[in-house]
Design a protein around this ligand. Structure first.
Ligand code: JD8
Length: 304
């Protein structure tokens, strides 16, 4: 998978050089380009913002640098010369991952040559509080993409014509990671990349598997539920014991206990999730566990 990130804070993505994603980049499973938007602002102060038409607080990101950045990155992705079909002459800016120097695996897509088929069909992902909710299902979809370009806005946002222009070239998804206001798109892009890349083959260590993720589109035991509590050594910590069933070696009993805990925690902390558990997701035993805990299970629905 190829990831390109356009931002005025390239150093914000140094963390992509470490942990699971860092290792995947080292292995060449993922290639990352982090591009400084100011590379395409050509005035002395490399200005990327201006006052909003119609007045109002704050500043808006200028369209010109964005247009040139998209042109250059799309040209690099398709090996086309910037300006052929896509306007803008400037070469993609310096790629940054981890430290300042371009890291291994950080090359122009056209030159990847290494890992798997050339990324085809870039998609633009634009984080915005006005976007569609980003969730596990969308993460799973985007994990199938070969090339994702992330546009990190700041200030009051990006001039709306940039997304319009991008839509004339490639698929664009405006996504939000939650109903709270962030100062810019960078934190949302880090969240999305972490959620997407852990679903890529080989990224998760073999001990971990995404197959029975919470919220997941998977069919695992925890489908649609939040995870229950987990424990590790010591068996007793500050006078607090680990539930006996987990030490029993009885895998069926352990699986049952874990499902019961996940059901109760979901009904308690995420009634919204409990309410949209798919039909048939609750066995008679599940409903018994919930009603014993005071959660009314009407037909299929769970309510307290
Ligand atoms: C992109 C600029 C800041 C937002 C004026 C504060 C996502 N779940 C989310 N919350 N906030 C964002 C987000 C915020 C952004 C940008 C994403 C670009 N801002 C703006 C509008 C109000 N300032 C987000 N995903």
């Amino acid at each position: 998978m190829r990831l390109d990130i356009i931002t005025i804070f390239p150093e914000y993505f140094a963390p992509l050089g470490i942990s699971l994603i860092g290792k995947a980049v080292q292995r060449g499973d993922i290639s990352v380009g982090v591009h400084d938007l100011r590379s395409w602002a050509h005035d002395t102060h490399r200005t990327v913002d201006d006052t909003p038409f119609g007045g109002g607080p704050g500043m808006v990101m200028r369209p010109e640098p964005w247009g040139e950045a998209l042109d250059a990155i799309l040209a690099a992705a398709t090996g086309a010369q910037p300006g052929t079909g896509v306007v803008g002459g400037a070469e993609p800016g310096p790629c940054v991952s981890g430290g300042a120097e371009p890291g291994p695996g950080v090359t122009r897509a056209a030159e990847t040559g290494g890992t798997g088929p050339q990324p085809a069909g870039p998609q633009l992902i634009v984080p915005t509080p006005a976007g569609a909710p980003f969730g596990q299902a969308i993460a799973a979809q985007l994990a199938e993409a070969e090339h994702l370009i992330f546009a990190c806005g700041r200030y009051e946002g990006i001039d709306a014509r940039v997304v319009e222009y991008a839509r004339s070239l490639i698929p664009v998804r405006e996504l939000s990671i939650g109903d709270y206001v962030l100062p810019g798109g960078e934190p949302a892009v880090l969240v999305m990349i972490e959620a997407i890349c852990r679903l890529l083959p080989g990224v998760l260590g073999n001990a971990e598997s995404a197959s029975d993720d919470s919220f997941g589109a998977g069919v695992g035991a925890m489908h649609g539920l939040v995870e229950g509590p987990t424990y590790t050594r010591p068996r007793v910590w500050r006078g607090r014991e680990v539930p006996d069933v987990l030490l029993s070696g009885n895998h069926a009993a352990i699986a049952r206990w874990r499902r019961d805990e996940a059901l109760l925690r979901t009904a308690r902390t995420r009634p919204d999730l409990a309410a949209r558990l798919p039909r048939g997701a609750l066995s008679a035993r599940d409903r018994q566990v919930l009603s014993d805990a005071g959660f009314a299970v009407m037909g299929e629905d769970v309510a307290h």
